[in-house]
Design a protein around this ligand. Structure first.
Ligand code: M6R
Length: 366
């Protein structure tokens, strides 16, 4: 049942070209310039007239929500708030019928997310679900939704569900942006075509597996790690850190790279690995400066960069090269090497990769 893989987690990491393709199938029609999503069509008016979109989730699904915030604000030009479901439900939130709430949950059974959905629904909001498990409690409670067709995810560490969630969020953002006219036809077409090529690019990215195993050997004995990213890749830094801590029990934190100066820089010395997510984009020069700051304090830098990167590659201790894509899709690609790195480190440390201590696959109690 593990399809020849040693663990479910590794199998699920490798399934990502397929799971993203399945999530796009029937929805993304690039030749026709179309995105089919019935749930969005049915609630078109609610979405387009919403005063804001609130995204709720927990853990990795919350990280996907953060990517969703960047996507929707960037492409649809609508205000988005992302909330931990557990905080949202208990802080007497201000919700009206003019709000659209997007609930993200792989299992569709997370207690806090389900409670947040019920609360927002009772206050008149329109609830849209992004779930993986068909017919799950959250999926049933929502007005409309779009499933992630990732297939069953068994490993406790979420991998293919995350990239499928981002895929659905990208489809939503593109569809709404096109309906609203907030992106140009040419940009829309370009983004559709690039989205269609993401499964192939994931395939190509997976070739870094042996390299991540080699790097795991070097970094496995660390007791801490810092993950840095900016913009669309800030949530990737959070996700990379969560993946490492939950399966390898190494303390790790994700930060927006510019926040380093506001505290975490004090932690940097030759024992602190800093994993930097640094694709070619508008913020490349800024993140290059952040890498220089880490190197000036003798931190060890492992950078995820695009093929043919020069500047950061020349000062980082190690690099992992990944294919270039549109900035908005880079979280999907850049997450892959971080999943693999965590997997190999956890394995080398003798951890139970698929069932880490103290964790359950779905958190159905508070
Ligand atoms: O099933 P859900 O997406 O609602 O689960 C949310 C979190 O419990 C989940 O993402 C958790 O953080 C994972 N173990 C992360 O790998």
């Amino acid at each position: 049942e593990k399809g020849g893989f040693e663990h479910f987690m590794l199998k699920e990491i490798y399934e990502q070209p397929r799971s993203v393709r399945d999530t796009l199938r029937g929805r993304l029609l690039p030749e026709q310039g179309l995105i089919n999503m019935r749930g969005i069509d049915e609630y078109k008016e609610k979405f387009l007239n919403a005063q804001r979109i609130i995204i709720v989730g927990c853990g990795t699904s919350w990280h996907a929500g953060l990517v969703g915030e960047y996507l929707i604000e960037d492409i649809v030009r609508m205000p988005v708030e992302v909330e931990y479901a557990s905080e949202f439900r208990y802080r007497n939130p201000i919700i009206t019928e003019k709000d659209v709430v997007i609930a993200i949950s792989q299992s569709g059974e997370t207690a806090d997310t389900l409670a947040a959905v019920k609360l927002a629904k009772s206050m008149g909001a329109t609830i849209f679900g992004i779930c993986n498990v068909v017919g799950s409690s959250i999926a049933r409670e929502t007005h409309a939704g779009a499933y992630t067709h990732a297939g069953p995810e068994i490993g406790v560490a979420s991998t293919k569900a995350f990239t499928a969630q981002i895929t659905v969020l990208a489809l939503i953002a593109l569809k709404l942006g096109y309906m609203k006219g907030s992106i140009s036809e040419s940009k829309y077409m370009r983004l559709l075509i690039e989205l269609n090529s993401i499964p192939e690019k994931i395939e190509e990215t997976l070739k870094c597996d042996p390299l991540t195993r080699y790097l795991a050997e070097i970094y496995k004995d660390s007791s801490n790690a810092l993950y840095l990213g900016r913009g669309y890749n800030f949530p990737v830094a959070l996700e990379g850190a969560l993946k490492l801590k939950e399966i390898s029990y190494i303390h790790a934190e994700g930060y927006p790279a510019a926040e380093m100066k506001h505290g975490p820089i004090a932690l940097i010395d030759e024992n602190m690995p800093v994993i930097v997510i640094a694709p070619k984009n508008d913020q490349y020069d800024k993140i290059y400066s952040n890498v220089q700051e880490v190197k000036a304090r003798k931190g060890r830098v492992l950078a995820v960069v695009n093929h043919d990167d020069e500047d950061i590659s020349s000062i980082a201790d190690h690099i992992i090269e990944v294919p270039e894509t549109e900035n908005i899709y880079s979280p999907i690609i850049n997450t892959i090497p971080l999943q693999l790195l965590s997997y190999h480190i956890a394995l080398m440390r003798g951890c139970n990769v698929d069932q880490p201590r103290n964790l359950a696959k779905s958190v159905t109690v508070e």
